[in-house]
Design a protein. Sequence first.
Length: 98
Amino acid sequence: MPTKKAKKPAKKKPARKPSAAFMKALTPSAALAEVVGSKPLPRTEIVKKMWAYIKKNKLQDSKNKRMINADDKLKAVFGGKKQVSMFDMAKHISKNVK
């Protein structure tokens, strides 16, 4: 009868620390401040608030969920475009923060 080997206890990975670049507070432009507020926020929080605004106002395209239909406030953030891809949203946000 083969002997059973004792299992080694699994090593726990240390909790990941967020990158300092993501946590740096950024000041939103006047156009972006109308959507997320004027207080300096980390980029991650700005994106969360943008999505909360998009979902609350039902601005996600019903047929193609990857597209965001801009209302008047978002049109200013998106450089006057009526519709923007969710992947392009980050590019437009970075133009509106310091």
